[in-house]
Design a protein around this ligand. Structure first.
Ligand code: NAD
Length: 478
């Protein structure tokens, strides 16, 4: 049993002001795996005040000081990688190889990238007699979801630190363990007091207190559209910047060529990673209509290879995060059946071999119409829909006919054809034939949000541009 009852405020582990706890459930066993304290608005206020006090000195810290701190964090993070991976497996059910692998590596990758960028990031630029200074925006509230818990924390905390901001992290209630270890990492690395603070608790309490707090200058939020809108409204009265990273229903276009069958198989298994609980998942697979039968066969085969079971065992997919999420996914599978889509893999209920745990069958619907709810709404589980297209123009039209615009994928044998399709897709982030880059900005358009995280663009979320007119630069040193 894990007991994480203290918050990290002003450089110390402190008791919450009001004693209230919440159980954390292991989604593989449905048993309580630990407890956390649930913060209050008063706890949030203490953390904001600590961050405000620390802002004066941290905002003026030198590049060297920030780099030294981040390198110290890197050393501590490396030591705790196995523990972080185990925590992720326990809290949200990622198979051990994934939790201790890609989940943890994403955190390390964002840290290494932030360090690399900070080494020569231009915080100032002289244009004629005007100096453009990029100043840290101030005290930031960082509100994160449970699905890729370390990735989402890393992608906010490291650029915030690197740009001289101070912060309060509010991790997800469903996946609080990895965040707690992350806070221990920062403490051990010697983060100056008040620069980084962390409070666990409910979004409706701690998150609301932070987004409405007059001393918070910026909120960086990743999560659902509903909460994103609530946060934006709540932040509006104090005129703060809100960076929203929300949901998606991303199209994966497979071109009509010799690689089609292999690409459908890859897209199907790729979609099931992390039990399909990925905002950028390619959950709408677009294939040439004339080759639907081949696509179905390839997707069925790939789905059958996605073994499901105990995340401590050697399975490809673990459970989904919670009972609530399980029920929601089941509801969507039923909607797909009722809408008349062809169920070609998976379906309602747990895999037959599993009596308990929030396990979902890798599910594929074919002959889906883009107007169906299973094609328009984010399921956030291992449910893939296959939609047929008549021509490339038609594929692009379907891909862009979505309320969301987070990610996109194009796979095909001809790189130029792929590039041409990718250029016409209306989303923030598009991967061509599996392209991946820690430096590429990540974020969406439309209902997928307005922020850009990852790499250098992630730094700009935490900076304000200040103009100094009539600026006379110091003469170069003799
Ligand atoms: P969620 O919106 O329920 O919760 C996210 C965080 O917001 C949690 O910490 C929660 O406590 C907090 N929160 C909830 N209501 C709040 C409120 N009113 N005020 C302040 N904070 C509040 O989302 P979730 O279920 O944890 O995550 C799943 C969603 O996140 C999916 O829609 C997914 O697509 C999205 N997501 C987006 C990205 C991206 O980068 N675009 C990445 C991962 C997940």
């Amino acid at each position: 049993m894990r007991e994480y009852l203290k918050f990290y405020i002003d450089g110390q582990w402190v008791n919450p002001l009001e004693r209230k706890t919440s159980d954390v459930i292991n989604p593989a066993t449905e048993q309580v795996s630990g407890r956390i304290s649930m913060g209050s608005a008063a706890d949030a206020d203490l953390a904001v005040k600590a961050a405000r006090r620390a802002f004066g000195s941290w905002s003026r810290s030198s590049r060297k000081e920030r780099l030294e701190l981040m390198q110290a964090i890197q050393a501590e993070y490396d030591k705790r990688q196995a523990e972080i991976g185990a925590a992720i497996t326990e809290e949200m059910g990622a198979p051990a190889a994934l939790g201790g692998g890609f989940h943890v590596q994403l955190g390390a990758g964002h840290l290494a990238t932030a360090i690399e960028i900070l080494k020569d990031f231009r915080f100032e630029e002289l244009r004629g007699n005007t100096l453009l200074a990029k100043d840290p925006i101030g005290v930031c509230a960082l509100i994160t979801p449970w699905n890729w818990p370390m990735n989402q924390i890393a992608v906010k905390v490291f650029p915030a630190l690197a740009t001289g901001c101070t912060m309060i992290l509010k991790p997800p209630q469903l996946a609080p363990y990895s965040a707690q270890i992350f806070a221990e990492v920062l403490h051990a690395a010697g983060v100056p007091k008040g620069v980084f603070n962390m409070i666990q608790g409910a979004g409706s309490v701690v998150g609301t207190a932070l987004s409405g707090h007059p001393e918070v200058d910026m909120v960086s939020f990743t999560g659902s559209e509903f909460a994103g809108v609530e946060i934006a409204k709540n932040s509006a009265t104090t005129v703060k910047r809100v960076c929203q990273e929300l949901g998606g229903k991303s199209a994966f276009i497979v071109l009509d060529d010799a690689a089609m069958v292999a690409n459908v198989a890859g897209a199907t298994s790729g979609m099931m990673v992390n039990s399909g609980q990925t905002c950028s998942a390619g959950s709408r697979l677009l294939v040439p209509k004339a080759r639907m039968a081949e696509a179905i066969e390839a997707a069925q085969k790939a789905a059958a290879e996605v073994t499901v079971g105990d995340p401590q065992g050697n399975f490809v997919m673990g459970p989904v995060v919670s009972k609530g999420q399980y029920n929601e996914i089941q509801r969507y599978i039923q909607i797909g059946i009722d809408e008349g889509a062809t169920l070609v893999a998976g379906g309602i209920g747990r895999p037959e071999s599993l009596g308990k745990g929030w396990y979902v069958k890798p599910t594929v619907f074919a002959n889906v119409d883009n107007r169906m709810r299973i094609a328009r709404e984010e399921v956030f589980g291992p449910v893939l829909v296959i939609i047929g297209y008549d021509s490339i123009d038609h594929a692009i039209e379907i891909a862009n006919d979505s309320d969301f615009g987070l990610a996109g994928y194009v796979n095909g044998a001809d790189p130029e054809a792929c590039n041409a399709v990718a250029r016409r897709m209306r989303t923030g982030w598009i991967s061509i034939n599996g392209g991946f880059d820690f430096h590429a900005p990540f974020g969406g358009i439309k209902k997928s949000g307005n922020g850009r995280e990852w790499g250098e663009f992630g730094f700009h979320e935490y900076l304000e541009t200040k103009s100094l007119l009539g600026f006379v630069p110091a003469p170069p040193a003799a």
